[in-house]
Ligand binder design. Structure first.
Ligand code: AMP
Ligand code: MG
Length: 322
């Protein structure tokens, strides 16, 4: 990657244009510095995971500038609206069912039917998202396993040379990540404590926040999903042959001629590019699953680049389940 450009709060229009063209731009929010990418662009999201060096695909929070913009992406119930009106802009993330037309990419949602939404309260973040004119995924702007950055210098210490730009807007105010509340069933559930207190949220709800569910889309702890997107068909990894009734998910050139033997075929990346493969992972699994094939045989995926995260996700899809 080229050198990381240093931008200031005056460069919001330029930074927004970079985001809109698929580039990675770190910027301040009121919580911590986020590493922004176009949430609707699967390949930009794949590059974001690569820059952070994340070994797995967790769902990301999409940042928008208004409740109205959130409504285009997620189903906003009366409860969600009450919380949004009380605390947006601010350090509250709502996990809600995605709309039919939700523009947030499969990869940013880790294949889930829900979407995490937030309206940040920082002039630079808002100006950038407005200029980009699309939802911006922005996990903390640090290498995987390091602490969240609260200054542009922290961001550069971790990501210089790995991202396209950083917008220096001074130190962030909260320093804690956003509080995450799931509104996916009858009960509002606290998925992650953060910059907005439980008491403040419960005062608006008029009821206590419940524990996360231990099933679909409920993290056991921040960053750990108890369940995850899994196809109905069985998934068989490192396939070197195709069995009766199997679909084939390829990667790289089809040297063994397996495509012809399969009942259905998709390729993660014909050229063997792990960024393209990550961006296509969930949509390929979905497409093959929809054919009704009994199993999906998956070509070997290399360990380099995003290969590790792709393999991690496929291994979970392949794990026995009850
Ligand atoms: P961050 O790293 O601050 O962007 O926070 C991302 C975290 O938000 C994930 O690790 C999950 O804990 C949570 N999250 C995001 N999207 C969802 C979702 N669709 N369902 C459940 N949890 C989510
Ligand atoms: Mg983080």
């Amino acid at each position: 990657m080229a050198t990381t450009r240093r931008l200031t709060a005056d460069d919001a229009a330029e930074a927004g244009a970079l985001l809109a063209s698929g580039k990675l731009v770190a910027f301040p929010t009121e919580t911590v510095y986020g590493l922004g990418a176009d949430a609707t662009d699967g390949e930009a999201i794949a590059r974001l995971y690569a820059a952070k060096g994340r070994p797995s695909f967790n769902p990301l929070i999409s940042h928008v500038t208004s409740l109205a913009a959130a409504e285009a992406l997620g189903r906003i119930s009366a409860t969600a609206r009450a919380l949004g009106e009380a605390f947006w802009p601010g350090p509250l993330t709502l996990v809600v069912p995605a709309t039919e037309t939700c523009a947030v990419s499969d990869l940013a949602r880790a294949g889930l039917g829900s979407v995490a939404l937030r309206v940040p309260d920082h002039p630079v973040a808002r100006a950038l998202i407005e200029a980009a004119d699309r939802p911006i995924a922005a996990p903390s702007a640090n290498r995987s396993g390091r602490v969240s950055p609260t200054t542009a210098a922290h961001v550069l210490a971790d990501l210089d040379g790995r991202i396209d730009a950083v917008v220096d807007g001074g130190p962030t105010a909260v320093g804690l990540e956003s509080t995450i509340v799931a509104l996916l069933d009858d009960a509002p559930r606290l998925l992650r404590p953060g910059g907005l207190s439980r008491a403040a949220i419960e005062a608006v709800l008029g009821r206590p926040l419940e524990e996360p569910l231990k099933d679909e889309a409920a993290p056991l702890a921040p960053g750990r999903l108890a369940s995850h997107y899994a196809p109905t068909a069985k998934v068989r990894l490192d396939a070197e042959d195709i069995f009766e009734g199997e679909a084939y998910l390829g990667f790289g050139p089809d040297r063994l001629g397996l495509r012809a033997k399969a009942v259905a075929y998709e390729t993660l990346s014909a050229s063997g590019d792990t960024i393209e493969a990550a961006a296509r992972l969930f949509s390929c699994l979905r497409a093959l699953d929809a054919t009704g094939a009994t199993a999906i045989a998956v070509a070997p995926i290399p360990d380099h680049g995003l290969g590790e995260a792709i393999r991690d996700r496929l291994a979970r899809a392949a794990a026995p389940r009850g």
